[in-house]
Design a protein around this ligand. Structure first.
Ligand SMILES: Nc1nc2c(ncn2[C@@H]2O[C@H](COP(=O)(O)OP(=O)(O)O)[C@@H](O)[C@H]2O)c(=O)[nH]1
Ligand SMILES: [Mg+2]
Length: 282
């Protein structure tokens, strides 16, 4: 049986948790204990080996080189033996910022976008900054106004505007029209570092949190993608904040394979990290 080609494009800025997810996902696929398994070892493992080595040491890894762009290609199969090729590109997240700021796409990115048939957008909500604007700022008293006028801050794009702009650019490059809602390009919004959300938020379903925190992005996605074509999940690849210098004994003792979970779109907590790709492949 031929393997279906599933090329998943991982999209996200720096520090969103992409590389640690890649390392953990690779570890799980390779362990062959979960829903999806690797059928043949990849040719080049270098991008995640270092992450895995550090995790085995109970440590976090350094930042992916700004200009790096490497892809891990894996052939995987599900429980019924259906095969697919999964490719996981890893790169310095600054490249994504550059795409939005310069409105330019380089050749490597163009190829990745053209090849992909599913997108995984990493959004790290604990780092989303609330920018005051006419919609959410109340009527301030005189003193607040005076303070506000004293210092002028450079104009920054809100996170909603950033991600919306990014998705629009990527859709444009891929020549996907949006007159009708998108049905042929799957999108999974991954709310990463879920363990860092306040306790109250962790009881909500991921879609609700996306709507709460970045309502503009949520409404862009729901009005652009068909309901059955997008989904929102929570992800905690390593469950805790690790240092890159001191090793976490608990982590070493239990092993990286015992850390990490997914919150499904229905709000279910699952430790099988390979489920993150099931909706994109299924
Ligand atoms: N608390 C917590 N920290 C995480 C998690 N995943 C990654 N991190 C940390 O977040 C930082 C950025 O992660 P990284 O995978 O390098 O992000 P990337 O720049 O998108 O590749 C690192 O310091 C990681 O240790 C997680 O699930 N929980
Ligand atoms: Mg990285």
């Amino acid at each position: 049986m031929d393997a279906t080609n599933n090329t998943i494009l991982i999209i996200g800025g720096p520090n969103a948790g992409k590389t640690h997810f890649g390392g953990q996902l690779y570890g799980r696929l390779n362990a062959r204990t979960e829903s999806y398994k690797i059928t043949s070892p990849p040719e080049d493992l270098t991008i995640f080996q270092e992450v895995l080595d550090n995790l085995n040491d109970g440590k976090s890894s350094g930042h992916t080189n700004v200009s790096a762009h490497k892809t891990l290609e894996l052939e995987i199969e599900d429980g019924s033996g259906a095969k697919s090729v999964f490719s996981f590109p890893d790169y310095g997240g600054e490249q994504v910022r550059t795409i939005v700021h310069d409105r330019r796409i380089n050749k490597v990115w163009k190829e990745q976008i053209d090849k992909s048939n599913a997108w995984m957008l990493f959004v790290r909500l604990d780092e989303i900054t609330m920018i005051e604007d006419v919609v959410n700022r109340g009527l301030p008293d005189q003193e607040v106004l005076r303070n506000r006028n004293e210092k002028t801050e450079p104009m920054t794009l809100s996170d909603t505007a950033f991600y919306t702009e990014l998705l629009q650019i990527l859709l444009y490059i891929k020549k996907i029209g949006v007159k009708q809602k998108i049905a042929n390009l799957k999108l999974t919004v991954v709310l990463s570092c879920w363990d860092l959300l306040p306790d109250g938020d962790q009881n909500k379903i991921p879609e609700e949190i996306l709507q709460d925190k970045v309502p503009g992005l949520f409404s862009y996605i729901t009005s652009t993608w068909k309901q059955e074509t997008y989904n929102v999940i929570g992800l905690s690849s390593i469950e805790k904040t690790l240092s890159d210098k001191e090793s976490d004994h608990d982590f070493v003792k239990k092993g990286p394979e015992n850390f990490g979970y997914v919150i499904t779109s229905a709000g279910q907590k699952e430790t099988d990290l390979t489920l993150t790709i099931s909706t994109l492949i299924g």
